[in-house]
Design a protein around this ligand. Structure first.
Ligand code: PAP
Length: 360
C-alpha cells in the first residue's frame, strides 16, 4: 500500500491509494497487467545493457539508461496515467535537489493550510510529500490510481523529457514542469555515495573510479546526465510557460528570489502581504537543509520511503551535506577537467552554462 501526504483537509492525512490486499483486479485488468509484463520482457531482451550502479544491469531505452523497474514505470505511465491540465511535475536527474524541491513545492502549494510551527514536514520526510510517479504508478497492484488527489496534483519524475508520454509533453498539454539541475560533479559524488549505500549486498561493491568512468560515458540511471539536462533546457526555451528551468546552486545562493519565481510559475505567487508577513522566509527556513536534516523523522527517527516492493530508502539517506562544491573533496584535477570539458562540449551553443566552477 502506498501513502503520501494529501492536502485539502484541516490537517494533513495519509491517503491510502489502493489497498493491494483488498483490491481484487478484474480479469481484464489482470490480462492487461500480464501483457505489459510480456511487453517489458520482450523489450528488455532487445536493449543494449551495461552495469547498473545499484543493481546488476541498466538498459539503454530510447537514448537513456534505465533499470528494468524504471522501464516498467514508463510503460505503465503510457498505459494508465491520466494527466490533468493542472498537474505540476518536479523533474530532476537523480541527486539534483528532488528532496529539497519536493519540500519547497509542497510547502508553497499548501501554505494556506498549515501552520509553520506545526507543519506536516516536521513529521514526514519530504520524499513522501507527493508521489514519485516513475515507481508509485506500480506500487499498488495492479496499478496506482491518483484520482483521489485534489488539484493541482504534484508529482515527481526522473524521466528525461523525450521519454515522457505525449499526453504530458505535447504542445497541447498544459501540465507544468519545474526542472532542477545541478553541477554534474556534485551530482556524481552524491549519486555514487547514495547508490553505494543502496547497492545490493549480493553484488560486488562498485568503486568510485568505475562510476566516474560510467558517468562520463553517460552510463548512469536516467542518464546520460547531459542529455537529460539539455532535453528539459531546450523544451523550457520553447515553452517557458510550461517548463521552469532552475538550478540547485541558484536556490542555495538566493533562496527567497528563487522561491518567489517558483511560486509564481506554479500559479501561486506570494502576495505583497505574504511577503511582508515573512511567509517566503518561513518556507525557506522550513525547507532548509539545516532544518530538515535535523528533524527526527529525517534523522534517527527511522522514517523511510518505499519506492518499490524491494526498494525502501531511509529518509536520512536523502540528506548528506547539502553543499555546493563538495566535489572538491573527491575529484582530482584531471577528473574535474574531464567532466567540465564534457559539460562545455555538450552544452555548447545551447545558451546554458552549468557547474564550470574551478577549484578556488
Ligand atoms: P533523489 O534524486 O534520490 O531524490 P535528491 O534529493 O535529488 O535525491 O538529492 C539529494 C541531495 O540533495 C543530497 O546532496 P549531497 O549528497 O551533495 O549532500 C542532499 O544532501 C541534498 N539535499 C537534501 N535536502 C536538501 C535541502 N533541504 N537543501 C539542500 N540540499 C538538500
Amino acid at each position: 500500500m502506498s501513502t503520501y501526504l494529501v492536502p485539502g483537509q484541516n490537517t494533513y492525512s495519509h491517503l491510502t491509494a489502493i489497498d493491494a490486499e483488498n483490491q481484487i483486479p478484474t480479469e481484464e485488468e489482470l490480462q492487461a497487467y500480464n501483457k505489459l509484463h510480456e511487453k517489458l520482457d520482450d523489450l528488455l531482451a532487445t536493449l543494449p545493457k551495461d552495469k547498473g550502479w545499484r543493481s546488476p544491469n541498466i538498459f539503454l531505452h530510447k537514448g537513456f539508461w534505465l533499470t528494468p523497474q524504471a522501464i516498467k514505470g514508463l510503460l505503465m505511465i503510457d498505459d494508465y496515467f491520466h494527466p490533468r491540465s493542472t498537474d505540476i511535475f518536479l523533474a530532476t536527474f537523480m541527486k539534483c535537489g528532488t528532496t529539497w524541491f519536493k519540500a519547497l513545492m509542497f510547502a508553497t502549494a499548501n501554505r494556506h493550510r498549515y501552520n509553520f510551527s506545526d507543519h506536516p514536514l516536521h513529521h514526514n520526510g519530504p520524499q513522501s510529500a507527493f508521489p514519485f510517479l516513475d515507481s508509485h504508478i506500480f506500487l499498488d497492484y495492479p496499478v496506482t490510481k491518483f484520482d483521489h488527489l485534489p488539484s493541482p496534483r504534484l508529482f515527481a519524475t526522473h524521466f528525461a523529457h523525450s521519454l515522457l508520454p505525449t499526453s504530458l509533453s505535447s504542445p497541447s498539454s498544459t501540465c507544468k514542469f519545474v526542472y532542477v539541475c545541478r553541477d554534474p560533479k556534485d551530482v556524481l559524488i552524491s549519486k555514487w555515495l547514495f547508490m553505494s549505500k543502496l547497492r545490493s549486498k549480493e553484488l560486488p561493491p562498485i568503486s568510485f573510479n568505475e562510476t566516474y568512468e560510467l558517468f562520463c560515458n553517460g552510463v548512469s540511471e536516467y542518464g546520460p546526465f547531459w542529455d537529460h539536462v539539455l532535453g528539459y533546457w531546450k523544451a523550457s526555451q520553447e515553452s517557458p510557460e510550461k517548463i521552469l528551468f532552475m538550478k540547485y546552486e541558484d536556490m542555495k545562493r538566493e533562496p527567497s528570489v528563487e522561491l518567489k519565481k517558483l511560486a509564481a510559475f506554479m500559479g501561486m505567487p506570494f502576495t505583497a502581504e505574504e511577503e511582508k508577513g515573512g511567509v517566503v522566509g518561513e518556507i525557506v527556513k522550513l525547507c532548509s537543509f539545516e532544518n530538515l536534516s535535523n528533524l527526527e523523522v529525517n534523522n534517527d527517527g527511522g522514517g523511510a520511503q518505499k519506492f518499490t516492493a524491494q526498494l525502501v530508502v531511509e529518509n536520512r539517506d536523502f540528506f548528506r551535506k547539502g553543499k555546493v562544491g563538495d566535489w572538491e573533496n573527491h575529484l582530482t584535477e584531471e577528473m574535474r577537467e574531464r567532466i567540465d570539458s564534457i559539460t562545455e562540449t555538450k552544452l555548447k551553443g545551447s545558451g546554458l552554462t552549468l557547474g564550470l566552477t574551478k577549484r578556488i
